[in-house]
Design a protein. Structure first.
Length: 170
């Protein structure tokens, strides 16, 4: 991947926070958030993020989101990454059936964000990854042209005539 284009800025607020479980190395927490995505497209944003908060202050996260434009286009996003208490980064993958937004399909995006634990608000900045320009491999030298030879059909063979056998009379 090469350069990045700003795809969107997402501002969201956690509507619910669920502490799912404690482990010896941390806690699993689920955030359900809603907000708005503005950038190359404008949409409402609904998200569920599962965050594994580790005892050392770092975290690992996975998310699923649905965005809907005012035209009715639906965008589904999956993502994962890592972070610390107030910031995070990772990668998103986009899927949509919208012809207008088909350029998003299966595209990867880099995301960086900040969170405010007091207000439960987050701001995410998303950059679409641009694939490196395609360069065709060097072509191998062409093989010399050969004139096709038509298949030969075998000459018909004559079958010997059946021998007459004297018929027996009874």
């Amino acid at each position: 991947m090469e350069k990045r284009d700003m795809l969107a800025e997402i501002k969201e607020r956690a509507n619910s926070v669920i502490i799912k479980e404690f482990t010896t190395d941390g806690a699993l927490v689920e955030y359900n958030s809603s907000g708005e995505a503005k950038g190359r497209y404008h949409a409402t944003h609904l998200e569920t993020a599962d965050v594994k908060m580790k005892m050392d202050g770092t975290n690992e996260w996975e998310m699923r989101a649905i965005e809907t434009t005012k035209e009715g286009d639906v965008i589904m996003i999956t993502g994962k990454g890592t972070g610390r208490q107030s910031n995070f980064m990772g990668e998103f993958t986009y899927i949509t059936n919208s012809p207008r937004l088909s350029w998003l399909n299966n595209s990867k995006a880099h995301v960086e964000g900040t969170t405010d634990m007091k207000s439960n608000e987050a701001t995410l900045r998303v950059w679409q990854e641009k694939p490196a320009p395609f360069t065709a491999p060097e072509a191998a030298p062409a093989a010399p042209m050969q004139t096709p030879v038509p298949p030969q059909t075998p000459a018909p063979t004559e079958m010997p005539a059946p021998k007459e056998t004297p018929s027996s009379t009874m």
